[in-house]
Each structure stands twice: as structure tokens, then as C-alpha cells.
Design a binder for this molecule. Structure first.
Ligand SMILES: Nc1ncnc2c1ncn2[C@@H]1O[C@H](COP(=O)(O)OP(=O)(O)OP(=O)(O)O)[C@@H](O)[C@H]1O
Ligand SMILES: [Mg+2]
Length: 259
């Protein structure tokens, strides 16, 4: 699909107003005409896209395009407030849920600021994630994925390096039973060698078939991981197509990603 030049959001196959229409199976994840506000500020302006089970989608766009706000709307955190639209995951109406309910259903947001809890060790941070069901990966499996976390299990989480904290933030989310992984700038502020290490981990998570939406300023890295890309501009979807199309289209990258 080409970038849309009429200023309207991208459209996709199904009638977005009727996700369970006869003959059309709803997508595993589907955001349908989502409008969200911070107080009076209208930020997410009718975003629609879907993600198939096991698919990795890159959600891209310039600074301030509304990527984080879209992830937060999906995770049902208090702000921005979703005032219109529907968000579905595996047949469940996320738009009717609070954040804790969405989390219980399997929405796992790894926030940009990582939010490692101070005063707790690496292991305690992971254990805390498993206090309430549903539990996800056992700690051994998380340490297998991130050996550095295993080596530092008794170290206070906030004293980890930036890259290690990112690993802990991802590990903590996998400690819950995740159906939809939402990654907000997992490579941000990290040295290239650490980015590569986390990329390898995400490739492994991908091979396990975890449905994922990744937001990244490092669009090229995200496009290599993801099979499909959604580009946001001013709170609207301006492109929905394959990652390869974005990689091949310099004009599109220049216009919306400044690459
Ligand atoms: N808590 C808030 N209150 C009011 N406006 C906000 C709030 N958080 C974000 N915004 C505004 O919403 C818009 C979209 O922000 P958002 O953080 O979603 O963008 P983004 O695409 O994630 O950008 P970046 O690439 O810089 O992380 C911006 O104009 C931002 O100033
Ligand atoms: Mg952001």
C-alpha cells in the first residue's frame, strides 16, 4: 500500500465499525478508530490497525506523532483517555477494561522509562511481576534469555546499566502471561553493542511467535525485526504496509521518519 496522500488514515480490509461481521474473522489484535485525549489535548485521532497472532508490527513516526500515546491507550493506562473507538485482543474488548484488567488479559507494556522498582533486587523485581496471576515465564527461563540478569539477580535493579535495565523491563513483562507485547523504544539510549544484544533477544521472542508491537526511533532496526509497519503522523495512521515497502521507499521514510 502506498502512503496516503489525502490526509486520511489508512484503511484496511474489514469494516472497522463491525469487527464480527459475518465471514470476516476479527484480527487477533485490532484498534478501531481510536480517539484519545490528555485532558483537552486531542492526540490519538482515529487510529485503526490490526495485528495478526504471532506477528511483529513496527509502530513508527516522528517525535510527537503519538506512538507512546497509542501504546498507552492500548494498555488502558489512565492517560491518554480513550473517548471513542474499540480495541480488541483475542476476542476481548480492551476498550472496556482498566489497565489492571488489560494486564491480566495479557497486555504487556514495556514502557520507555523502564520503571525498575528501587530498593528491590533484579530477582525481586521479577518476583513482584508474578505476585498476581497469570504467571508467565518462570525465572529460570528469563535468566536463560538474559544471562546477565541471572548473573546479577541479587543486585539492586536500579543499579543495573541502561541495557541491563531494559532486559529487566522486558524480563519482568515476560514473567507475566503475555499475549500482546508492547515495546516502547527498547533500544533508546543504548550503545550499539547492547542494541544488538537486545535485538537478538527480540528475534528469539519473535521465533516463539509472540504478538508484538514495537515503537522505535531506530526505525531501520525495528523494520528488520517486524514484518509490517504502521506509520503515525499527528495522531493518525498514514501508512500501513510491509516493512520491506518502507525500507524500499526513501520518499516515505524521508517524509514521515526523517530517515
Ligand atoms: N501527559 C500528556 N499531556 C499532554 N500532552 C501529552 C502528554 N503526553 C504526551 N503528550 C503529547 O502528545 C503528543 C504525542 O506524544 P507521544 O509521546 O505519544 O509521541 P511519540 O510519538 O511517542 O513521540 P516520541 O518519539 O518523542 O517518543 C505530543 O504532542 C505530546 O506533547
Ligand atoms: Mg514516545
Amino acid at each position: 500500500m502506498s502512503p496516503l496522500d489525502d490526509g486520511k488514515q489508512a484503511t484496511w480490509g474489514n469494516d472497522v465499525s463491525n469487527p464480527v461481521q459475518a465471514g470476516a474473522a476479527p484480527a487477533y489484535f485490532s484498534a478501531q478508530n481510536v480517539h484519545a485525549y490528555y485532558g483537552e489535548s486531542y492526540i490519538v485521532q482515529g487510529v485503526s490497525f490490526d495485528v495478526n497472532e504471532g506477528e511483529i508490527v513496527a509502530l513508527l513516526g516522528r517525535n510527537g506523532a503519538g506512538k507512546t500515546s497509542t501504546l498507552r491507550a492500548i494498555a488502558r493506562v489512565d492517560a491518554p483517555q480513550v473517548q471513542e473507538g474499540e480495541i480488541w485482543l483475542d476476542g476481548h474488548p480492551l476498550h472496556e477494561m482498566r489497565a489492571y484488567q488489560a494486564s491480566g488479559l495479557g497486555v504487556g507494556l514495556v514502557p520507555e522509562d523502564r520503571r525498575i522498582i528501587s530498593g528491590l533486587t533484579v530477582e525481586e523485581n521479577l518476583q513482584l511481576a508474578q505476585i498476581a496471576p497469570p504467571k508467565g515465564w518462570p525465572l529460570d527461563k528469563i535468566y536463560e534469555l538474559f544471562p546477565r540478569l541471572g548473573e546479577r539477580r541479587k543486585q539492586e535493579g536500579v543499579t543495573l546499566s541502561g541495557g541491563e535495565q531494559q532486559m529487566l523491563a522486558i524480563g519482568r513483562t515476560l514473567a507475566r502471561d503475555v499475549k500482546l507485547l508492547l515495546l516502547d523504544e527498547p533500544y533508546e539510549g543504548l550503545a550499539p553493542v547492547i542494541v544488538q544484544e537486545i535485538e537478538r533477544t527480540l528475534e528469539h521472542i519473535k521465533s516463539l511467535g509472540m504478538t508484538t508491537i514495537i515503537v522505535e526511533q531506530n526505525a531501520i532496526a525495528a523494520l528488520h525485526l517486524a514484518s509490517r509497519a504502521i506509520i503515525l503522523d499527528m495522531g493518525q495512521v498514514v501508512f500501513d504496509g510491509s516493512s520491506q515497502e518502507v525500507l524500499d521507499n526513501a520518499e516515505l521514510r524521508q517524509e514521515y521518519l526523517a530517515l
